[in-house]
Design a protein around this ligand. Sequence first.
Ligand code: UTP
Length: 290
Amino acid sequence: MSIRKAVFPAAGFGTRFLPATKAIPKEMLPLVDKPLIQYAVEEASSSGIEEIIIITGMGKSAIEDHFDVSFQLESLLKEKGKLDILKSIEEISELHFAYTRQKKPLGLGHAVYCAKNLVDDEPFAVLLGDDIIDSKVPVLKQLTDVFTDVNASVIAVQRVPTDQTHLYGIIDGVEIKPGLHRVSGLVEKPKDNPPSNLAVIGRYILTPEIFTSIEKIGAGSGGEIQLTDAINDLLASEEVYAFEFEGDRYDAGDKLGFLKANISLALKRPGLGEELSEFIRGLDLKPRRT
Ligand code: UTP
């Protein structure tokens, strides 16, 4: 069965970016020249996803406007002969988008549950736009290939230093092929004794049974309905796999990760990279206060 639908939870408050995110959704902050969320949407599209389901909340209408057709803007660009820019705008709005609201930010598990009726009864992808992954093969495509093999839920994981495991969902499991693990449990942000250093990154393929699991679990770490707790519940009835993907990942939901992603992506952009690299090399690279 192919994966046709992808859910993008985007209802969080983005408090780590305040005051920038007071009136602008975090998902709309620009990485070079595209809003954060567009990178994950493009990754999904180039991995064969046909339907994009975005979970929004209060103050997030700019996301809907961004992916909508802008007739006035498009005819202006056509008139002015700016056809390259026109193409970049048209391509993305041709995808099929659906939106639903999470009325209260009760946690990632709850946000995914809001897509239940739109997903219906088929396996689907979840992408967290905060995780920007620069890779040769789109990470979601790497996961859908694994899904085709194992026919079960697949979580993207990455090895992190042990002193950072408390920041992530961490999996326990057995490596059955290089990079592929059969999961036996997950712990959300372990304070001590992490079961491994394999951290869950924001890309998942989930079977629709996850919705029953989300219904069963209550609030977990941080008082939120956690997707990791629901996956733990799913493990009682189904196999779940974790895959160490290939690619450089940036946590763009965090200021430092966002800056690193901006610099790294800009350095790769024709027409920007060379001058930026020259500028960085010319800087006095000691941290300083002005
Ligand atoms: P985060 O906790 O990293 O993002 O949630 P946040 O809440 O937006 O940002 P901070 O921590 O306050 O700075 C991970 C992802 O899950 C979504 C967020 O929008 C983000 O994409 N999310 C989280 C929801 O959609 N609803 C929730 O209730 C919680």
